[in-house]
Design a protein around this ligand. Structure first.
Ligand SMILES: C[S@@+](CC[C@H](N)C(=O)[O-])C[C@H]1O[C@@H](n2cnc3c(N)ncnc32)[C@H](O)[C@@H]1O
Length: 355
């Protein structure tokens, strides 16, 4: 048997990195507490604050709050002022942790790994049996975490950059068309588009009934509520209508038969209409995706995307890092002739697809 030589420096460096990853998981738990208990909101703009003052303002037990503050200071999330024994949330960190309107707000996205951890037993079994785990079989925090993770990007880019990057789509939306949002989840993308284009009508479809209920609640207070409809429907069974725009936001790669879903999009597309495909950012080859974004998406893909596609029969299990060539191939096989990358961010690739 081959006995490898151990490089002590590499061993130490990797062990340190692994411990750092464990510490990050603790940070996630601390962020969940800080977010759900209103600790960040109370610190936002408050300047240096003592543990006792924060406990009083948030109606929490001081001893717990003090330990949480120390954990957050040790992680670099908060500043600690030793002379006054106070803690401070910088305005930059407040945008990420406290300000729900900020495009950088990400605190609730920790629900995503929390949900996956809670469902670890199902994934272990799935690895051994090869069976799928459907979207709705996960801990309910999964859907909320995913919606929170993507909502910021949609707010920052969808109306201002992604739609204008598609040929003629903004003009059509301004004239008034029907839009299908396939796999709409909690409906953040549907709502953003509807509020921006008052002459168009918007139809969100999702196979997961709880997500459709959340989407309905999400748009209740919207100025565009009258022009938005949500319904439980599979991507392959999008109800008949002529849609000027069919959207897939972070959904196509989750489907068990993405080619059939693209074919259905082709069938319901109005003449001159377009498909907007938003997918996790990825290159075609594994070695090109070995980055922080790849780490995030391959992890999610292992436990969510591949397992959901397998639960739907898994005719083609794309995974969250499919890359443009495989995505283009799906649409080519579904009868589309035009596939173009229209925009990108570090987290998303945006494609324009036409017959
Ligand atoms: C990763 S989530 C994206 C949700 C939303 N579009 C977003 O960007 O926040 C994928 C969504 O696809 C839905 N989905 C999965 N399989 C589906 C199918 N066969 N037909 C319709 N929706 C499906 C899931 O229920 C889930 O809401």
């Amino acid at each position: 048997m081959h006995t490898p030589t151990i490089d002590r420096n590499q061993l130490e460096a990797f062990a340190t990195r692994a411990i750092g990853d464990i510490a990050s998981a603790y940070s996630g738990l601390m962020v969940g507490l800080g977010s759900k208990l209103g600790l960040y909101r109370a610190l936002d703009g408050a300047g240096p604050t003592s543990a006792a003052e924060l406990a009083r303002r948030t109606d929490c037990a001081e001893r717990y709050v003090r330990e949480w503050l120390n954990a957050q200071a040790a992680a670099g999330y908060l500043d600690y002022h030793a002379a006054s024994d106070t803690y401070e949330l910088s305005p930059e960190h407040a945008q990420v942790l406290a300000d729900e309107e900020s495009p950088y707000f990400i605190a609730p996205a920790w629900d995503l790994p929390a949900a996956l951890w809670a469902g670890e037993a199902k994934t272990l079994e799935a690895f051994r049996t090869g069976r799928g785990v459907a979207w709705g079989e996960h801990d309910p925090r999964l859907a909320c975490g995913v919606a929170a993770f993507y909502r910021n990007g949609y707010r920052a880019h969808l109306v201002s950059q992604w739609l204008p990057a598609l040929d003629g789509v903004v003009a059509a939306l301004e004239r008034g068309i029907a839009v299908a949002d396939v796999g709409c989840g909690h409906g953040h993308s549907t709502r953003l588009m509807a509020e921006a284009f008052p002459r168009s009508r918007f139809f969100g479809f999702d196979a997961h009934a709880d997500s459709i209920e959340a989407a309905l609640r999400n748009v209740e207070a919207s100025s565009a509520a009258q022009r938005i409809e949500f319904a439980v429907a599979r991507a392959t069974e999008v109800p008949d209508r002529q849609y000027g725009l069919v959207c897939f936001f972070d959904t196509l790669h989750d489907l068990g038969d993405p080619i059939a879903a693209a074919r259905r999009a082709r069938e319901v597309l109005a003449p001159g209409g377009s498909v907007l495909l938003v997918e996790p950012f990825a290159h075609d080859r594994v070695e090109q995706n070995l980055s922080l974004v790849g780490q995030l998406y391959y992890g999610g893909s292992t436990m969510i995307c591949c397992s959901h596609a397998l639960s739907e029969g898994g005719k083609l299990v794309l995974g969250a890092q499919a890359g443009p060539t495989r995505l283009a191939d799906v649409f080519r096989k579904a009868g589309f002739g035009h596939f173009r990358r229209a925009a990108e961010t570090p987290f998303n690739a945006i494609f324009e697809v036409r017959p």
